[in-house]
Ligand binder design. Structure first.
Ligand SMILES: [Zn+2]
Length: 105
């Protein structure tokens, strides 16, 4: 479990790539509507994850939104039971690994 509230973006990107086994880019956007926390977009290279700057302030918020969107990689569009289980699994993984190292800033 990450002790600090610091967000290690490059580490989170690497963990995301391990999860989806594809190239991942993370973008923070100020253009998204207030009620949207994130989005996932498939590209030729892999995926892009958009995070709403309004909701991407604390590490916990970022882990939750990333887990939500990464689970949509396997289960697009719907919030099914399978999607929910996948999102919870990913969230645990990000929380366990995401605050471990300070190597990457
Ligand atoms: Zn969703």
């Amino acid at each position: 479990m990450g002790k600090s509230n610091k967000i290690s973006w490059l580490l989170l990107r690497r963990l995301s790539e391990e999860i989806v086994k594809s190239h991942v880019d993370i973008h923070i956007s100020t253009q998204m509507s207030n009620d949207v926390r994130g989005a996932i977009i498939k590209t030729q290279k892999g995926i892009e994850i958009l995070l709403n700057a309004k909701w991407a302030k604390r590490a916990e918020d970022v882990y939750q939104t990333l887990a939500h969107e990464l689970a949509h990689f396997k289960y697009p569009n719907i919030h099914s039971k399978e999607w929910d289980a996948e999102a919870k699994r990913i969230l645990e993984y990000l929380k366990t690994k995401g605050g471990e190292q300070d190597e990457e800033e």
